[in-house]
Design a protein around this ligand. Structure first.
Ligand code: M6R
Length: 612
C-alpha cells in the first residue's frame, strides 16, 4: 500500500529511474504521486494528484531535460490515502526544516496526533493532514549533524508502522531509509543504489537485493549501504538474488496485467506443483513446512487466516482439509481473528494465506497465533515477505509477480498449495496410498485443465457481452464451490464495479431471492461435485423468477435450465474450484473491459493492504 522509490547514483540523473520505479509500484496505490530531488542547491519537490503519468507530465513541464543531470539523488512516492484526502498538500514527499528535508512514508504513525501536538506547541506549522508530515518534522527536530542518528531518534518515538526514505540538503548525497512493518528493499547496482517498497521497481537495475528487516535503518550513498539498528549499532544483512527478471512484470502483449496473469496460470500452477508431488508415496513433498509426521499427526484443528481472495482460498482449504484429512478447519477473516481473542494453542495449526505476504491484518493474526503457541505456517507468493519470514515455515506459491490489483493466479496457486498440504496431512491419517496417488495424478494434470478453460476466453467474452450492463449479479455455489461464488462476486465488484453477491446456493431462497428479476443474472457453479443436483434445483428456482442463469458447467453437462454456459473440463471435486474460478476470472475481466473500467488499478483499491 503506497509505493516508495529512492535512487542514489554518482553520475545518473535520478529523475527517470524514480518515475519509472513509481510506475512499476503504481499498483500499490495511485491517488497522488511525488518526487524530491537533491542537488547542491537544495531539495526540489514536485507533487501531483492522480496517477504517476500526471506527475510525469508535471516534471516534463517544470524540469527541463538539461536540468535533470544535476539531480543524482532522490526519493519518490505513489500514495493510497489513509490520513487526509488525495490532494497535492497531502501527497508525499513531505517537507520539514524549511524545505531542506524531504521524507516519504508507507504505513501508519498511530501516535501522530500526540506527536503533532507536541511539535505544534514548539512552533512547527503543518501544511498537510497526514501522519507522515509529523515524521518529517520529528526527524528535523533531532538533526544535530548526523542524519542517520536523527532518523533513529525520531523513529524511537513513533508507534505504528513505517517504511521510509528521507533526504536532506544539510546532508548532501545521503539517503536514510528504515522499516518497521512495511517492506523496503535495497537494490545494489554496479553504479547505482535503488531503494523500493517492492523489488519490481528494482529489477530493471539489478537483481542483487537486500531485504531490510523490521528495526533496520540504513544509510544509502552512491558508495554503498550501511545498515544499523534503531540504537545505531551496525547490523549485517545478506545480499540475495531475485530469481525473476523484468519480463515477469511487463504486460508482454496483453492489454492488461489481469488478463496476462489469468493466462499465466498454467505455468504458474506448474511452478507451484513442481517437485512437490510424490507419485510413489501418493503424497506431497512440502519441505518448507518443516513438520515431522509426528507433528502433523498431532494437529487437532486447522485455522486458516487471510483476507479477500486469500480468505476465499482458505475457505476452499477448509473443505479440502476436512474431506482429505478429517481434520476440522475454520477459515477466519484475519482482522476479525486478531480482535476476537482467538482460541488457538499448541494443538492447532494456523495457516496464513497471503499473496503479498504484507497484509497487515494477516500479519497481525500470524503474530497473535505465534504468541498463543500455535503451529504457524504461511502460504505466500512474495519471497522474503514479512508474513513468510515471521511464520518461519510454509510454502511459497512460486506463481510469479502478481501486478494486477485483482488477484487471480495467486488464488488458484493458493488452492493448489492448500490441496497439496491437505494431501500430505491426509496421508498421515486416513487417506490411503491409492487415494493419494489418484490426487497426485489429478494435480499433475491441472495446468492442462486450466489451459482448456483459457481456450474458452472468447466464448466467455460473448457471454459477458450479454450481461455487461447489469447493475447487480448473484453468484451461487455449494460446498467447495461456495467460496468460488464469493470469489467470482468479488472479482466482478472490484474490476467491473458491478454490485455482486456470492451466496450458498441454498441460501438464496431465504431472502435474497426477493431481488431476482430478468435484470439480475445469476452465475451458478455447477461443476461436478457432490450436491450438484441440489444446485440444479436452485437454478430452477432462479429461472422461475425470470432471472437469467449463467452456468459454469462441466463439458457435456451444460444444463438446459441455464440461459448460458461457461464450460469447464471434467475433473475431480478437489480441482473443480480451480477450473471454475478461472472461468469466473475471465468473465469478470471481460465484463470490466466492456464497461471500460480501469482493470489493473480499480478505483479506491491498492494491491497490498498494509494498514489495518
Ligand atoms: O496479499 P494478500 O493475499 O494478503 O491480499 C489480500 C487481499 O487484500 C486481496 O486478496 C484482495 O482481496 C484482492 N484485491 C482481491 O482481488
Amino acid at each position: 500500500m503506497c509505493g516508495i522509490v529512492g535512487f542514489s547514483s554518482r553520475s545518473t540523473s535520478a529523475v527517470r529511474p524514480l518515475v519509472s520505479g513509481l510506475s512499476r509500484l503504481e499498483y500499490r496505490g495511485y491517488d497522488s504521486a511525488g518526487v524530491a530531488l537533491e542537488s547542491t542547491a537544495g531539495v526540489r519537490v514536485f507533487k501531483q494528484t492522480g496517477k504517476v503519468a500526471e506527475l510525469d507530465k508535471l516534471l516534463k513541464r517544470e524540469l527541463p531535460e538539461e536540468e535533470r543531470a544535476k539531480y543524482t539523488l532522490g526519493i519518490a512516492h505513489t500514495r493510497w490515502a489513509t490520513h487526509g484526502l488525495p490532494t497535492v498538500a497531502n501527497a508525499h514527499p513531505h517537507l520539514a526544516d524549511g524545505g531542506r528535508l524531504a521524507l516519504v512514508h508507507n504505513g501508519i504513525i498511530e501516535n501522530y496526533a500526540a506527536l503533532r501536538d507536541g511539535l505544534e506547541r514548539r512552533g512547527v506549522e503543518f501544511v498537510s493532514q497526514t501522519d507522515t508530515e509529523v515524521l518529517a518534522h520529528l526527524v528535523a527536530a533531532f538533526d544535530r549533524g548526523d542524519f542517520l542518528a536523527a532518523v533513529c531518534e525520531a523513529l524511537k518515538r513513533v508507534e505504528g508502522t513505517y517504511g521510509i526514505a528521507a533526504i536532506s540538503a544539510r546532508h548532501p548525497g545521503e539517503m536514510v531509509v528504515a522499516r518497521k512493518g512495511s517492506p523496503l528493499v535495497i537494490g545494489i547496482g554496479e553504479k547505482d543504489t535503488v531503494v523500493a517498497s517492492d523489488v519490481s521497481a528494482i529489477v530493471a537495475y539489478t537483481r542483487q537485493v537486500i531485504y531490510l528487516k523490521d528495526g533496520d535503518v540504513a544509510m544509502v550513498t552512491p558508495d554503498g549501504v550501511d545498515i544499523h539498528s534503531l540504537d545505531n549499532s551496525p547490523v549485517s544483512r545478506e545480499v540475495q538474488e531475485v530469481d525473476w527478471d523484468i519480463g515477469a512484470i511487463e504486460k508482454g502483449g496483453y492489454d492488461h496485467f489481469m488478463l496476462k496473469e489469468i493466462f499465466e496460470q498454467p505455468d504458474a500452477l506448474a511452478n507451484t506443483i513442481r517437485g512437490r508431488l510424490d507419485p510413489g508415496g501418493g503424497t506431497a513433498i512440502l519441505s518448507g513446512l518443516n513438520l515431522s509426521p509426528r507433528e502433523l499427526a498431532a494437529v487437532r484443528r486447522l485455522v486458516i487466516v487471510g483476507c479477500g481472495t486469500s480468505l476465499h482460498a482458505g475457505m476452499v482449504g477448509k473443505c479440502l482439509f476436512e474431506s482429505l484429512a478429517d481434520v476440522p478447519a475454520s477459515p477466519e477473516q484475519a482482522a476479525e481473528f486478531r480482535y476476537s481473542n482467538p482460541i488457538v494453542g499448541p494443538d492447532d495449526w494456523v495457516i496464513a494465506l497471503s499473496q503479498s505476504g504484507e497484509t497487515a491484518d494477516t500479519l497481525a493474526a500470524v503474530r497473535e497465533s505465534i504468541r498463543k503457541g500455535a503451529l504457524v505456517s504461511a502460504l505466500c507468493n512474495v519471497v522474503g515477505s514479512t508474513i513468510a519470514r515471521e511464520a518461519g515455515r510454509g510454502v511459497y506459491l512460486h506463481a510469479g509477480p502478481e501486478i494486477s490489483v485483482a488477484s487471480t493466479k495467486a488464488f488458484t496457486a493458493q488452492v493448489t498449495a492448500l490441496l497439496m498440504t491437505a494431501l500430505k496431512l491426509g496421508r498421515t491419517r486416513r487417506l490411503s496410498r491409492e487415494a493419494g496417488d489418484r490426487l497426485v495424478r489429478e494435480i499433475t494434470g491441472l495446468p492442462d485443465l486450466v489451459r482448456r478453460v483459457l481456450a474458452q476466453s472468447e466464448a466467455i467474452a460473448r457471454i459477458a457481452e450479454k450481461y455487461a450492463s447489469a447493475s447487480d449479479m448473484f453468484f451461487i455455489g455449494r460446498g467447495i464451490l461456495y467460496p468460488v461464488a464469493l470469489e467470482g462476486a468479488l472479482k466482478v465488484k472490484e474490476v467491473a464495479y458491478v454490485h455482486a453477491e456470492g451466496y450458498q446456493a441454498a441460501e438464496l431462497k431465504h431472502g435474497p431471492i426477493a431481488l431476482l428479476s430478468e435484470k439480475t443474472p445469476v452465475v451458478a457453479l455447477l461443476a461436478d461435485i457432490p450436491g450438484k443436483e441440489k444446485t440444479l434445483g436452485n437454478v430452477q428456482e432462479c429461472r422461475a423468477r425470470n432471472a437469467p442463469v449463467i452456468a459454469v458447467a462441466t463439458e457435456g453437462d451444460e444444463t438446459a435450465a441455464a440461459t448460458d454456459a461457461m464450460v469447464v473440463p471434467k475433473t475431480c471435486p478437489e480441482l473443480a474450484p480451480i477450473v471454475s474460478a478461472v472461468a469466473l476470472q475471465l468473465f469478470a475481466y471481460h465484463v470490466a473491459r466492456l464497461r471500460g473500467c480501469e482493470i489493473d488499478q480499480p478505483r479506491n483499491l491498492a494491491k497490498s493492504v498494509t494498514v489495518e
